[in-house]
Design a protein. Structure first.
Length: 427
């Protein structure tokens, strides 16, 4: 490999191991590689603009703001209230409420940390009050958060769609079956853990109680119907759907649930803008780094190296999953997707994997990374809510992690799990 290629690989990893923040490690290694390759530094400006000037990427700030509006407007609380009468009477039912609420909220947030923060702040204290251990309640909240990255609309799926030039609508549909199966797996864990520790059940909800909860939460439940129905029905694009979601969140939050006040909008928009700025800054810098990797033909060399180890597709996919899981535990998932985009697309073409299935493999791996120590974002959020140390939470996560691995194997080795729904709805 050339000197620039060594800087982009070994140099970059060295900076990360020395504790340098990811985005600065990306920027410094890119600068050094450009200098060694004698490429004009104006390329940085060109690649930053090219990497962020994409219409589908406009959905990212849209869904970030929509999620914040709906959380502050009271929609998340109503989703929990709807989920509770459905399963509270089952052994482990309160844990199942967390899972159901997360799956509902995932349909309007698209973010793992946001889902963990919203559902965890409501459900962790309630579960502790009902006899669940703080460790179990927190580990559940940490693990259900990443469902927000799998069930549509999903911000990582949007970014992968831009990188791979693949239909974002098909990618959204690719996340439905894995996300639902993952949620059902988590519910099974809640049931068996509740039986093991003889946790109490709650009285079964009456039809009247369920009717009241459904009536209170109908506007919250309609949000995913509006957003996803519009996308899959071809009424609007994912980017346009994010603007519809903002408008819906404003109307419901201000005038129906009245959880939002006009004075809250300024700070709320500012918060969303800060989150968007961080995300887009990472995407911009990672775009320069990813372009340089392609320029130095690093992906081609790595793929050739992998194929020289084995030509067995099943074994290569297993190695790919192991690498992505490790990276997901240490790196920001959006940056990792952009950095590895060229390599992954090249590998997918070599192995004959559908780009939609490949996107699902990548997104699911990085979703699991959001809950994996030492640097999983959802893990940090759960720790902040509960006050538990990361090591304490991690010990209780093993049953949920087993479900995650099962889902990952399904997505990797059963193409129908990610492609069937898209073929059924879109043809």
């Amino acid at each position: 490999m050339s000197e620039a290629a060594w800087v982009l690989t070994v140099g970059f990893l060295t900076l990360l191991l020395l504790g340098m923040p990811l985005v600065f490690a990306l920027g410094l290694s890119s600068l050094a590689a450009l200098w060694l390759s004698d490429i004009d530094l104006v390329v940085i400006a060109q690649r930053v603009i090219a990497g962020t000037q994409s219409f589908p990427l406009l959905a990212v700030p849209g869904f970030i703001l929509a999620g914040d509006l709906m959380t502050s407007g009271g929609l998340s609380t109503r989703l929990v209230q709807v989920a509770e009468p459905l399963v509270r009477h089952v052994r482990g039912g309160l844990g199942m409420v967390s899972v159901l609420a997360s799956m509902f909220f995932a349909c309007i947030s698209g973010s793992a940390p946001a889902t963990t923060a919203t559902v965890g702040s409501i459900m962790i204290p309630e579960m502790i009050k009902r006899g669940y251990s703080k460790r179990f309640a927190t580990s559940l909240a940490v693990c259900v958060g990443p469902i927000g990255q799998i069930i549509p609309p999903s911000i990582p799926f949007i970014v992968w769609g831009v990188i791979a030039e693949t239909s974002i609508t098909r990618l959204f549909l690719a996340g439905v079956i894995p996300g639902v199966l993952c949620g059902l797996g988590y519910m099974a864990v809640c049931y068996f853990m509740a039986r093991k520790y003889n946790l109490p059940t709650m009285p079964k909800a009456t039809a009247r109680e369920f009717g009241r909860a459904l009536n209170r939460g109908k506007w919250a439940l309609f949000a995913p119907v509006l957003i996803l129905g519009g996308i899959y029905g071809g009424i609007f694009t994912p980017t346009e759907a994010s603007i519809v979601a903002i408008a819906y969140g404003l109307v419901v939050g201000l005038f129906i649930y009245k959880g939002l006040k006009l004075k809250d909008l300024g700070p709320l928009v500012l918060k969303s803008m800060k989150t968007t700025a961080i995300v887009m800054f990472i995407i911009a810098v990672a775009s320069v780094f990813g372009w340089l990797l392609a320029y130095e033909q690093v992906p081609d060399k790595i793929v050739a190296g992998l194929m020289s180890i084995s030509s067995n597709k099943l074994l290569i996919l297993l190695m790919l999953n192991a690498v992505l899981l490790i990276l997901g535990a240490f790196m920001d998932n959006l940056a990792a997707m952009i950095i590895l985009g060229g390599l992954l697309i090249k590998l997918g073409l070599t192995l004959g994997i559908d780009p939609v299935q490949l996107g699902a493999i990548v997104v699911v791996n990085f979703a699991v990374g959001m809950e994996t120590p030492p640097f999983g974002y959802s893990l940090f959020v759960g720790s902040a809510i509960s006050g538990l140390r990361i090591e304490e939470i991690s010990k209780s996560m093993l049953p949920f992690f087993i479900v995650d691995l099962g889902m990952l194997l399904l997505v990797t080795y059963a193409p129908w799990a990610t492609l069937w729904l898209g073929k059924l709805i879109l043809g």
